[in-house]
Ligand binder design. Structure first.
Ligand SMILES: NC(=O)c1ccc[n+]([C@@H]2O[C@H](COP(=O)([O-])OP(=O)(O)OC[C@H]3O[C@@H](n4cnc5c(N)ncnc54)[C@H](OP(=O)(O)O)[C@@H]3O)[C@@H](O)[C@H]2O)c1
Length: 199
């Protein structure tokens, strides 16, 4: 089964990792303080979860970037080259005081992609608050919508399949320029909790 690594093991990582573990994925998590500080979390997540080094997480099949915007400058330069890897960008450009960074229309995932040369960056789940990521994505006979966008169609397909496997209703918005901005915090789809019902 696919191995999914998390750079950042906070609230969002915990909610998403729990769903991945339940669906049978192996997850490996890292934070800024070392794997030993994540023992409680991995025990809670179960046998498919473990804590690891930055290098181990970076070697996973798919990597989830789940640090705060203010932590990106520290977290990304320490990574080995991620050329060809799928990186799920779940971040929003929100500062620690809760205000939005003004990127002058530039998709925040482009800022991330520029720091990860060659990585296939797919933005998803950032538009949902953690309580909605944590909740059961099955709502009546529908599925909670997870928007995604990225410039590599195959990477978008892979991420769509992962989202589907953990119960969400993925909606592919296309490239980062097309979809990345509108699903960001502060833009029309940011903070929206929608459900897709069968036709
Ligand atoms: N919370 C939400 O409702 C929500 C919703 C959608 C998207 N998001 C986005 O998701 C991202 C994470 O949010 P969160 O609420 O999960 O934040 P959080 O609880 O503060 O977690 C941040 C995690 O990043 C780790 N970290 C910090 N610096 C690091 C480094 N240099 N290397 C590796 N790990 C590092 C922290 O570890 P230490 O504790 O060891 O420093 C912590 O585990 C943010 O960009 C946020 O905008 C959040």
């Amino acid at each position: 089964m696919m191995k999914i690594g998390f750079i950042g093991a906070g609230k969002i990582a915990k909610a998403l990792a729990a769903k991945l573990v339940r669906a049978g994925y192996q997850v490996i998590l890292t934070n800024s303080r070392g794997p030993e500080t994540l023992q409680g979390l991995v025990e809670e997540l179960g046998v498919n979860a473990r804590a690891g080094s930055i290098a181990e997480v970076s070697a996973a099949d798919v990597i989830v970037l789940s640090v705060r915007w203010s932590q990106i400058g520290q977290a990304l330069p320490q990574l080995p080259p991620l050329t060809g890897k799928i990186v799920i960008d779940i971040t929003n450009p929100i500062l620690d005081d809760g205000t939005l960074t003004d990127l002058r229309g530039r998709p925040s995932s482009r800022v991330i992609a520029a720091l990860l040369p060659g990585a296939k960056v797919v933005k998803t789940l950032n538009h949902l608050y953690v309580k909605w990521i944590d909740a059961d994505p099955a709502v009546e006979n529908g599925r909670r919508v997870a928007f995604l966008s990225g410039d590599d169609p195959d990477a978008n397909k892979t991420v769509s399949a992962i989202l589907e496997n953990i119960g969400f209703g993925p909606v592919n918005l296309g490239t980062l320029d097309a979809g990345g901005v509108i699903q960001q915090a502060g833009f029309p789809l940011g903070g929206l909790n929608l459900v897709r019902f069968p036709a």
